[in-house]
Every structure is written in structure tokens, then in C-alpha cells.
Write a protein that binds this ligand. Structure first.
Ligand SMILES: *Cc1c(COP(=O)(O)O)cnc(C)c1O
Length: 377
């Protein structure tokens, strides 16, 4: 039976291969996985389970304590789960109950953890130039002295990992040497996926891999090192022909310059597809990329299929990103980045359920439906 709704297909085997490729760039370091924001919209429970079982990943990072608690329930007691945003007084019970490891970002968080949690391990985030989260080096000295703080990991974050030639990368790496001297017993971590692609000197004891796992290239030179993981497709609801001079969609922002074949598909900004892709992005349909004609609506997008080798039919599926339509190029056409496309669309997508269904998330293993034990079902 053909379903007339969009699908977000997630190939967990491809995810695990990306994990292995990025991990193998620095075989001496541990490769941790970043599964914040529900694994960039792909489902942290399924992604985490696949990376643990098939990738042998044993450390995960999320932003919030609540995300960590849910991940602990999904993955069981084995993995280390780190919380980027650090400990707050209101969260301490959950940190205890779910055995979560905080990333301590301020001297106050260091004191809170040392006093309330005694010798439970903590990571500490030192700012080496990004000025987002983390404490400056001089405060880190006080944190190091804070009574009883058991620092197991010292991390920092690269501001310009998406640009391998940026001088900031070398500067931040130089700062890591001073951190290592301050915390001789702790493991060190600096790199996200972009940093991991900068090579072993940036890997230290642990890399924190995010977007590259999910098939988005951390930088343009890395496109062939990362394979696609996610495919967004939407079905054709209606096909029509219009004459030259006729217009399409709200605001009549597209005017046909010839007799044209239009395919209206079931996807829109209500599903997280950016309205900024109006008249700019394209989707593969009928064997070729077909440009979006006119504005993206809440539920609908019209594709200009005039040049497609095969005339589309009702129920055919247009691929908005995936193996045939690179997500990085689509993001660029929409004036954004792959991260935002994934979290926006994946965040609204749901597993099969009786009600309220729009985009349906489906898990695959090398193209076939994934084993039901994956995703903790
Ligand atoms: C999100 C995040 C990562 C992962 O980054 P990617 O670019 O997705 O690989 C790593 N470290 C920190 C601190 C992050 O916030």
C-alpha cells in the first residue's frame, strides 16, 4: 500500500559506517557520539542503540539532564552519558538517579558538584577562544583546587573546525597544552566531527562526533569521507500542465516561461522544510532534479518536472535530500546548514503512530527495514 505522506528514512548501517570512518582517523582515541537534540532529529534511542551495539561506542553527550535521563533508560547502565550544559541544583537528583556525568562550565558549577556529589566524576569545559560555554584558564586553576572535584575529562571546543585552514584551530590546540599541565590525571577532548577530520593531532583522548555521523559534511573538503544516512521523500499528490505565462503558488512568485509539467508533493514548512527554499531548492523526481516552483506552503511544494526524463505519476516519491540529492547542497540552497535541516525536519518527524502523523521516521539497515529490537521498541 502506498502511503501519501513524507518519509524520513534513516539508515543505521550507514550511520555506523560513518562512526567507524571518523573513529579510525584517530585509532588511539575514544570516539564518543553526540546525540543532543534527539540525535539531531534522528531519534537518540535508536541512534544510541545502533552505535552501542554495532559501533561499540561507549560514551554519549547530550545538552540537557532530561535528555541524559531518557538516554539512560533507552541504553541501560553501561555507557557514560555526559551533559554539556552542566549541573544545576534542580537537576542533582536526576544526575544521581541516572548516573550522569556533568560538563562543569563555571566555577559555581565546580563548587556545587564538589560539595553535593563528593567524588562522583565530572568533566570540565575550558574556554580556549570560542566564548560560548566553559571557564577561562585562570578559573580552571581554582576549579582544579576545588575540594574533592574528581575531574575525569577536560574538554574544550573548536570555533572554526568547519574551516581546516583557519588559524584559530592551531591557537586553540596550543591552549590545550596548558590544560594538560593543569589536569595531568584527566583525559583531554577538543574535537567535534570537523575537528576529527583535521587529523590525529586534534583528537587527544576523545573525539565528540556529531553531525558527521548523521551524513552531513562538517566541511566542504570532507564530502567524500561521509556517506548519506538520511533520505527525505514526499509523494506526488497531483500532476498538471500549465501554459507559458501562468503562475504557481502564493504570491504568484513563479511564472512559467514555457508549457510546463507541475507535480504537487506532500511536504511543506509545517514539516520543517525551509520556506527559504522557495524557487531555490530542488528535489529528485522522474529521474532528475526538479526545481521548486513558487513558494513552499505549509503542507505542499510544487516541483517543475518539465525536464524530468520520466513524467511523474501520483504516488511517485520526490527525494528532497538523500543519496540522490546531497543534504549539504540542499541546505546551501535554503540558506542554512545540514544541522538545521536535520533538527527541524527530524524534530517534527515521528515514528508510526495512530494520530497526528505527518513525516514518518523509518529506521533502515542497509536499505531494508531495521530489526525491531533497535530503537528500544
Ligand atoms: C554539538 C557539539 C559537538 C558535536 O559537533 P558536530 O559538529 O555536530 O560534530 C561536540 N562538542 C560540543 C561541545 C558540541 O556542542
Amino acid at each position: 500500500m502506498r502511503a501519501f505522506k513524507p518519509y524520513l528514512d534513516i539508515d543505521l548501517a550507514a550511520l555506523c559506517r560513518n562512526y567507524r570512518r571518523l573513529a579510525d582517523m584517530a585509532p588511539a582515541s575514544e570516539a564518543a557520539s553526540v546525540v543532543k537534540c534527539d540525535a539531531y532529529g534522528l531519534g537518540a534511542a535508536a541512534v544510541g542503540a545502533a552505535l552501542m551495539r554495532h559501533g561499540k561506542c561507549r560514551s554519549f553527550f547530550v545538552a540537557y539532564c532530561g535528555e541524559g535521563a531518557a538516554l539512560r533508560e533507552a541504553l541501560g547502565s553501561d555507557p557514560d552519558i555526559y551533559i554539556f550544559n552542566g549541573p544545576f541544583e534542580t537537576d542533582l537528583d536526576a544526575f544521581r538517579e541516572f548516573r550522569l556525568i556533568p560538563v562543569v562550565n563555571t566555577i559555581d558549577q565546580a563548587r556545587l558538584w564538589a560539595i553535593e556529589m563528593k567524588s562522583a566524576p565530572a568533566a570540565i569545559h575550558i574556554d580556549t577562544g570560542m566564548h560560548r560555554l566553559g571557564m577561562p584558564l585562570n578559573e580552571a586553576q581554582d576549579a582544579a583546587a576545588a575540594d574533592g572535584l574528581n575531574v575525569s575529562l577536560v574538554m574544550s571546543h573548536l570555533a572554526c573546525a568547519s574551516d581546516p585552514a583557519h588559524p584559530m584551530n592551531a591557537r586553540q590546540r596550543a591552549a590545550m597544552a596548558r590544560l594538560a599541565a593543569l589536569f595531568p590525571a584527566a583525559r583531554l577532548s577538543l574535537s567535534s566531527s570537523g575537528g576529527a577530520l583535521l587529523g590525529a593531532p586534534f583528537a587527544y583522548d576523545m573525539t565528540r562526533l556529531g553531525v558527521g555521523l548523521y551524513g552531513v559534511s562538517p566541511h566542504e573538503t570532507a564530502v567524500d569521507q561521509i556517506e548519506p544516512v538520511v533520505r527525505l521523500s514526499a509523494p506526488v499528490l497531483q500532476v498538471q500542465e500549465i501554459e507559458a505565462g501562468e503562475t504557481v503558488g502564493y504570491g504568484a512568485s513563479f511564472t512559467a516561461d514555457r508549457k510546463s509539467v507541475l507535480a504537487t508533493v506532500a511536504l511543506g514548512y509545517g514539516d520543517g522544510f525551509p520556506r527559504a527554499g522557495s524557487n531555490r531548492a530542488a528535489a529528485v523526481l522522474g529521474g532528475a532534479p526538479c526545481p521548486i516552483a513558487g513558494r513552499v506552503s505549509m503542507d505542499l511544494i510544487v516541483l517543475d518536472a518539465t525536464d524530468a526524463p520520466n513524467r511523474p505519476d501520483i504516488g511517485d516519491r520526490a527525494e528532497f535530500f538523500g543519496p540522490a540529492m546531497p543534504i549539504d547542497a540542499v541546505a546551501k540552497a535554503c540558506g542554512t546548514i545540514g544541522y538545521e535541516l536535520l533538527t527541524a525536519i527530524g524534530g517534527l518527524a515521528k515514528r508510526q503512530s495512530a494520530l497526528g502523523l505527518r513525516v514518518e521516521r523509518r529506521y533502515l539497515w542497509n536499505g531494508a527495514p531495521a530489526d525491531a529490537t533497535i530503537a528500544g521498541e
